[in-house]
Design a protein around this ligand. Structure first.
Ligand code: NAG
Ligand code: NAG
Ligand code: NAG
Length: 525
């Protein structure tokens, strides 16, 4: 009897915890960057593996796929592709601040935004409206006018974002953007470092700047939304759709990465989602090259947006001279196998390589990286110290944060020469403190109640089970800034206080005059 009751209870528990299997899920990932796609697709692959029917729309062919993912690729036109490539090449040749990058997004690089708008009216995309979906994922990158697709499909939305939560992301789910201690992603801060006056001032100025930029972008987005969905009957506004985002998955893990800050339940951190919990076996040539590395090995990889062949030849030669003089083995990601920087027995060039699996190899002592978020995350997961050679976009910031945390050193790629490159490599290889710091981080990063993959599955199913999980929403989403910051309440308080002070002062003055007047009169008499 008892066992029967137990098994009934067990069955009920099982039913409650049972994921909403086989839901129809749409992933809309139109940002034109392979490094973004890797994160989004890793998340989607987890869902496909668990039995969901996933359809994904992208503008580039993703490197990560799965046989059960229905893929719709709507590539850029040749002209757009050319403009973008030209812009990236230009950015590679100079120092890029957040200001110039934003400016570029609005002007030279505006194809990045416009193409995401054009995508929505493309016939290949429009086919998705034939399927009855249950949920939509939107990869966030200056594209939230695409929330109209969810309104049209009448499904809840989960936003997927490649970094720690920031201003716009916070706004979707009413997360507090704490002004005085949560550093702006543009304000690098080392782990455990506090924000002094100057940092707070810097962060606040950048925050204001971003706000203004955002208003300009939002004006454009409102236009796009109107063009795409203006004709639909009884359609919610874009502002309403922004307030209706069910959840945001961020690629962060603030407990280990910092800053320690409040997160509403609508923000779920899935940092490290792209990292395999168990590395795959390496290709035979790489495995052998690493096994025979008596003094350890170095991995050099300058990312997917910047091709090594775009970098100035003098720089490449300086790098080659330094690397070929080392006793460590070096695996160098190089796109053009017929045209390598030079031959050396300790260097292996590979057009493509499984970066994550290589970083997991115990022989790897150093990672030389362009400081993309993905590569840094993998190195931190596996505890490999770095020398960063940032070029543009978020790379200089990522590199500064990495160096400030003590995980390695950074060297502006444009300023690289033999001396500084060699010195930095020798310092990171020779001084144990970098390896120790990143290994201790790696332990914190992996210490979680459930893995990133389990979080994705659990919270996606949660949103599906509870039809958008509206109950999770913070009331802050529906407040104006005036209400949110309690300004009206402060105003009333200050007004009352001022009134009381004024009345007291008047009363005192009056009494004083009377008394003085009397005493004067008395004197005169
Ligand atoms: C899976 O999704 C595709 C759309 O990509 C759709 O055509 C198909 O009907 C879906 N399968 C099920 C079982 O709903
Ligand atoms: C710092 O930046 C974060 C992220 O944008 C923001 O939430 C916070 O309000 C900023 N703090 C200051 C002091 O500007
Ligand atoms: C907001 O989301 C809920 C649940 O996901 C949905 O039922 C509702 O229709 C949405 N509202 C709008 C305006 O789209």
């Amino acid at each position: 009897m008892a066992t029967l009751r137990l098994s009934v209870v067990g069955l009920c528990l099982l039913l409650i915890a049972l994921p909403a299997k086989g839901a129809n899920i749409l992933g809309l990932f139109s940002s034109h960057s392979q490094s973004h796609l890797i994160l989004h697709m890793s998340m989607i692959k987890t869902l496909a593996e668990s039995g969901h029917n996933v359809t994904v729309v992208t503008m580039m062919k993703p490197t990560i796929t799965h046989k059960d993912i229905h893929l719709i690729v709507v590539p850029l036109t040749a002209v757009q592709e050319q403009i973008l490539e030209g812009q990236i090449k230009e950015m590679t040749g100079q120092k890029n601040s957040i200001f110039s990058t934003m400016n570029r997004m609005l002007n030279g690089m505006s194809v990045m935004i416009e193409s995401q708008h054009q995508l929505l009216s493309d016939a290949r995309f429009q086919r998705i409206y034939e399927t009855k979906f249950d949920l939509m994922f939107m990869g966030f990158f200056l594209n939230d006018f695409q929330l109209g697709v969810a309104a049209k499909l009448q499904v809840p939305v989960i936003v997927s974002w490649m970094q720690a939560p920031m201003m716009v992301i916070d706004a979707y789910v009413g997360n507090p953007s704490e002004l005085s201690y949560v550093p702006n992603i543009q304000t690098p801060l080392g782990r455990g470092e506090r924000m002094g006056f100057a940092k707070r001032l810097e962060n606040f100025s950048k925050y204001l700047f971003l706000r203004v930029m955002l208003m300009i972008f939002e004006k454009r987005f409102d236009n796009f939304y109107e063009q795409q969905f203006g004709q639909e009957p009884n359609f919610p506004t874009l502002a309403e759709m922004r307030r209706n985002v069910s959840m945001v998955f961020t690629n962060s893990h603030s407990i280990s990465e910092g800053p320690i800050r409040p997160l509403v339940p609508g923000i779920v951190e899935i940092g490290g989602i792209q990292i395999k919990e168990q590395p795959d076996p390496l290709p035979a040539d790489i495995a052998k090259f690493l096994e025979t590395a008596q003094h350890g090995a170095i991995l050099l990889c300058l990312g997917s947006n910047v091709k090594s062949t775009d970098v100035k030849p003098e720089l490449i030669q300086a790098m080659f001279k330094v690397l070929s003089s080392l006793k460590q083995h070096v695996i160098w990601k190089w796109e053009d196998p017929d045209n390598t920087p030079g031959k050396s027995p300790n260097i292996l060039y590979k057009k493509w390589l499984p970066q994550d699996d290589i970083l997991a190899h115990p022989k790897i002592k150093l990672f030389i990286t362009h400081a993309g978020k993905g590569g840094i995350t993998e190195a931190r997961y596996h505890g490999v110290p770095m020398v960063a050679l940032p070029v543009f976009g978020d790379q200089p910031i990522n590199a500064d944060v990495m160096a400030a945390s003590g995980y390695g050193l950074t060297q502006d790629l444009m300023q690289l020469n033999e001396e500084n490159f060699k010195a930095k490599i020798e310092e990171v290889l020779g001084n144990e403190k970098y390896a120790l710091a990143i290994k201790s981080f790696s332990q914190l990063y992996r210490d979680r109640p459930i893995t990133a993959k389990q979080s994705v599955l659990y919270w996606t199913d949660y949103v599906l089970r509870h039809k958008g999980a509206v109950h999770l929403q913070s009331p802050a989403v529906h407040m104006t800034s005036l209400e949110y910051y309690n300004i009206d309440v402060y105003a009333v308080f200050i007004a009352v206080l001022a009134l009381v002070l004024l009345l007291t002062w008047l009363a005192l003055r009056c009494t004083c005059r009377k008394l003085c007047g009397k005493s004067k009169k008395v004197k005169r008499h």
